[in-house]
Design a protein around this ligand. Structure first.
Ligand SMILES: *[C@@H]1O[C@H](CO)[C@@H](O)[C@H](O)[C@H]1NC(C)=O
Ligand SMILES: *[C@@H]1O[C@H](CO)[C@@H](O)[C@H](O)[C@H]1NC(C)=O
Ligand SMILES: *[C@@H]1O[C@H](CO)[C@@H](O)[C@H](O)[C@H]1NC(C)=O
Length: 270
């Protein structure tokens, strides 16, 4: 059974009565960035509504397990209100601004470092909005930014979910509360995205079972962790292979042997 259009205010009240955690706004404080090392990646977490500052209850164990499997990995959490009531969309927009700023700072502090974005609930919408470069009021305006170093994008319980997208996973077959009007940008990077949503989730599937929304760590934690790990390792391996291919080409650059000339001519192909 499913409501076709569950009013956001009903959902807000439901959430408000269930949640024990207080949402704490830490204002304009800058997230602390620690660059990944070795074969590690930079995880950037955007928590869900009403979760305590940091990666949040749901994403924390996924980030921890992925870090155990990919040494050198670091975790940075987006500093934003994650407010549910009042003014969910205002909070979400603050998240869009904060994530955009953080990604720019990250690129400056850790140039070329592979990044995996992970978002839960409101945090998933924040990430999807930033990557969508969305401009409508519901989708919220974001800034353009390069996604070359984004290895993977994990979205869990995304309120902006649209059914039928190739990057969707889980048992849901409905749209989210704030379903996205234009998914063009997300589809273009669809091979990097995993968007998990299960049947009955009030937030990403407009269902009526809040327990579904609150238990993705138990139902899908292993799959989510595997996704993060595989995307991270794939991009790190690709970057290291590229770095290796560039070195011999550079060393041969001053040589005048036919072999060196051939390598110079074909180096750009790698
Ligand atoms: C993002 O939106 C801005 C403003 O509408 C536009 O100038 C820019 O080309 C867009 N970037 C992408 C990658 O779509
Ligand atoms: C993290 O790993 C532990 C130990 O293997 C496991 O018990 C737990 O379910 C994992 N959590 C998630 C969210 O995958
Ligand atoms: C090529 O020669 C230049 C000029 O002698 C030198 O500065 C440079 O280091 C050399 N490059 C390599 C890869 O040996």
């Amino acid at each position: 059974m499913r409501f076709q259009a569950l009013p956001a205010t009903c959902l807000a009240l439901l959430f408000g009565s269930l949640s024990q955690a207080q949402s704490v706004s830490t204002g304009a404080a800058q997230a602390r960035i620690t660059c990944p090392s070795g074969k590690g990646v930079g995880l950037i977490a955007v928590r869900g509504s009403t979760e305590d500052p940091g990666p949040g209850r749901l994403l924390a164990p996924i980030a921890a397990n992925a870090t155990n499997q990919v040494p050198g990995t670091t975790l940075t959490s987006v500093d934003y209100p994650a407010r549910l009531i009042p003014d969910y969309l205002g909070s979400e927009q603050e998240g869009v601004v904060a994530l955009t700023a953080l990604m720019r700072s990250y690129a400056a502090a850790c140039p070329g470092a592979p990044v995996v974005l992970m978002g839960y609930s409101q945090g998933a919408q924040v990430i999807a909005d930033v990557l969508s470069n969305a401009t409508t009021p519901v989708d919220n305006a974001a800034q353009p930014l390069s996604t070359n170093d984004v290895a993977g994008i994990l979205l869990i319980g995304d309120p902006s979910r649209v059914d039928g997208k190739p990057f969707n996973a889980g048992t849901a077959n409905g749209d989210g509360l704030f379903s996205r009007k234009d998914s063009t940008a997300l589809e273009a990077m669809g091979d990097k995205i995993l968007s998990i949503c299960n049947d009955g989730d009030p937030v990403c599937d407009r269902g009526i079972n809040i327990a579904v929304h609150l238990s993705y760590d138990e139902t899908d934690g292993v799959q989510a962790t595997q996704f993060v790990v595989s995307k991270a390792m794939k991009m790190v391996a690709a970057k290291q292979a590229k770095a290796k291919a560039v070195k011999p080409a550079a060393a041969a650059a001053n040589s005048t042997t036919p072999e060196a000339n051939r390598r110079r001519a074909t180096a750009w192909v790698a």
